[in-house]
Design a protein around this ligand. Structure first.
Ligand code: PAF
Length: 284
């Protein structure tokens, strides 16, 4: 695996591959990689001749109370894991390369509509930072296809909106969420759970499954959401939201009117100091 930290070198390598007719897949990350990220690389491998991954801890997507400087950085382990998973090139831009005028003076991209609820409401400005950095990464790498995890369901919606609205000629592929045996979604944040919190964290997945069953049984959305929040609170979570939405993240019509409709249940909740998010897609 090549590791590149200069834009010129990135562009010349990619140009060589493109001239040889090779299709390029891209997996953007913030590092501290785990098996979930490695599965994105594996999916990217299936979709292209070359796989590029980036590791960039993006300052513009952290809120004032979210500690950018303490975000875990594990460069050696990340490089080893990416190489073993089949990545061809690791792109490691500096903050100066990504934001030549400084992270506070950047051209910023605001994606409307899909950013206004759920994570967007609880983390103001977060998706502006995500859209801003992903647009830059797409301009730098110019991939044919880019892979994002379904665990960040709303982020995926933001990326799809961005790609369509700014006419990036990039196919967006969604990878399924990887889970522990008890259902807990893999996340860099799981490492912060204490020994006591870790087994309780799997309650999120069980509550999502309960929400799915309740919606499929025709229970009203508001009741399903309220019961899910109560169940999480009883298990010791501080709940940001437990929501049922259409898969475009708009509010669904009443259960009675629903047919074979695509739905998603989404949860964000804190256990101690660790904020976890997860979701479950289903039809109802
Ligand atoms: O999902 C992430 O790791 C980040 O939000 C992303 C897409 C790499 C942008 O910084």
């Amino acid at each position: 695996m090549l590791t590149v930290d200069q834009l010129d070198a990135l562009r010349s390598t990619l140009e060589t591959w493109r001239r040889a007719g090779e299709r390029i897949a891209f997996v953007p990350t913030m590092g501290n990689l785990h098996a979930g990220h490695h599965s994105l690389i594996a999916l990217a491998r299936e979709r292209a001749d070359r796989v590029v991954a980036s590791v960039f801890v993006n300052p513009t997507q952290f809120g004032p109370n979210e500690d950018f400087s303490r975000y875990p950085r594990t460069p050696e382990a990340d490089a080893e894991g990416l190489s073993a998973a089949g990545c061809d090139l690791l792109w490691l831009p500096s903050v100066e390369t990504m934001y030549p005028y400084g992270a506070d003076n950047t051209v910023s991209i605001r994606v409307p509509q899909v950013t206004e609820t759920l994570e967007g409401a609880h983390r103001p400005g977060h998706f502006d930072g995500v859209a801003t950095v992903v647009a830059r990464l797409f301009n730098q790498v110019q991939p044919d296809v880019a892979v994002f995890g379904r665990k960040d369901f709303q982020q995926l919606a933001v990326i799809r909106y961005l790609v369509r609205d700014l006419a990036f000629p990039i196919e967006i592929v969604a990878a399924s969420t990887q889970r522990e045996a008890d259902g807990l979604a893999l996340s860099s944040r799981n490492q912060y759970l204490s020994a006591d919190e870790r087994p309780r964290a799997a309650e999120i997945h069980r509550v999502l499954q309960g929400m799915r069953e309740a919606v499929q049984d025709g229970r009203p959305r508001e009741a399903v959401e309220a019961e899910a929040a109560q169940r999480l609170a009883a298990a010791g979570f501080a709940v940001d939201y437990a929501a049922v939405r259409r898969t475009d993240l708009t509010l669904p019509e009443s259960a009675a009117a629903a047919g074979n409709a695509a739905r998603v249940a989404l949860i964000a909740a804190r256990l101690g100091r660790t904020r976890l998010i997860d979701n479950l897609e289903f039809t109802a």
